[in-house]
Ligand binder design. Structure first.
Ligand code: UT7
Length: 329
């Protein structure tokens, strides 16, 4: 069987226009700009209003990625949306996006892997092209966490933002594109980052609403420890599979959850900070949107050029983690 090289031929992203600053949050909960900046690196985040849901952000990011890739919606064979904040439990957000962008020939499904949703979706989408099953796959990572945030809980509400990013995958020149992935999961840590109610385990009731169980619950400190454990390891695993080392990397695009986590991973990988993309100060943690948005921005700012070896890495609810390595096309 021919080894089909698969790469990202277009990217796009969408951030809602409304900005919520740390100063705004100071008026809502007992927090300070100084605490948020020093503990996380976040200065502001984008927030949707009632008119924007995950599919709206995902569809706009997708349109921009298709423009960038110079392809039409009809050429898309498959849409994968990595999200844990779908518009509805069903239909899938991917099906809603399919309708919105007019990708009439595409199959569509959602993939839930928390903040690792984009990494998982990228890895899955790549396989469909590698096997020759599909030619063009649209991979989107996006979340609308503000709708699932307890705005009275200072431990979580300062950390998250909304947004989506998209990538078009296609066959590319041999030796280029997505070269390796490493995905992992540890379900034993599921309770550390969880939306307790609204699913089949704890259906919505007056009581669940009263107890605020439809909002994100997180043990931030434990998630932090997990993140610093897996970030650099995941990158090294993905590199090892293709006989590469961290020093071969030209650029790292990490999940934007906390600047301290990013810096820790960079230090462990011995990558200088100028080779690490950071936009957490502007958007906070956009969950599955984070790496997709960061990659799109890095590309648009001219930081990634053809032939560069670029790694992506993320972690999140599940617990899950994922890394990928590509030679940029
Ligand atoms: O994509 C995955 C999603 N999740 C994450 O990435 C989260 C990973 N974790 C983190 O980023 C960090 O653990 C946090 C930023 C959440 C917290 O930083 P930390 O250095 O681990 O702080 P901490 O949890 O140990 O809390 C320190 C103190 C506590 O007070 P006491 O108990 O020491 O008196 C908290 O109550 O900071 C307090 N605190 C706050 N203070 C002001 C917690 N949240 C806030 C806040 N403003 N917003």
């Amino acid at each position: 069987m021919k080894n089909i090289a698969v790469g990202i031929i277009g990217t796009g992203s969408y951030l809602p226009p409304t900005i919520l600053t740390n100063r705004d949050l100071e008026k809502m909960v007992d927090t300070s700009d100084e605490w948020i900046r020093t503990r996380s690196g976040i200065m502001e985040r984008r927030i949707t209003g009632p008119d924007i849901a995950t599919s709206d952000m995902a569809a706009e990011a997708a349109r921009r990625a298709m423009d960038d890739a110079k392809i039409t919606p009809e050429e898309i064979d498959l849409i994968i949306v990595g999200t844990v904040t779908p518009d509805n439990a069903y239909p899938s957000t991917a099906c809603t996006v399919q309708r919105k962008i007019g990708a009439v020939n595409a199959a569509a499904f959602d993939l839930a892997a928390g903040c690792s949703g984009y990494m998982y979706s990228l890895a899955v989408g790549t396989q469909f092209i590698k096997t020759g099953f599909y030619k063009k796959v649209l991979v989107i990572g996006g979340d609308n966490l503000s709708k699932f945030t307890d705005w009275t809980d200072r431990a979580t509400c300062v950390l998250f933002g909304d947004g989506a990013g998209a990538a078009v995958l296609s066959e590319v020149e041999e030796g280029y594109g997505l070269l390796s992935f490493h995905l992992g999961a540890d379900g034993s840590g599921g309770d550390l980052l969880i939306l307790p109610a609204g699913g089949s385990r704890m259906p919505a009731s007056e009581e669940t609403v009263r107890q605020r169980l439809h909002y994100t619950r997180m043990n931030g400190h434990e998630v932090y420890k997990f993140a610093v454990r897996v970030m650099d390891k995941a990158v090294k695993e993905a590199l090892e599979k293709i006989g590469m080392k961290p020093e071969d990397l030209d650029y790292l695009v990490p999940h934007q959850a906390n600047i301290r986590i990013i810096n820790h991973a960079a230090r462990r990988l011995k990558i200088p900070t100028e080779k690490v993309f950071v936009n957490i100060h502007k958007y906070a943690n956009t969950s599955a949107g984070s790496i997709a948005i960061a990659l799109d921005e890095a590309k648009r700012q001219g930081m990634i050029k053809r032939g560069d070896i670029v790694a992506f890495v993320g972690f999140g609810a599940g617990l899950t983690w994922g890394a990928g390595v590509c030679r940029w096309v």
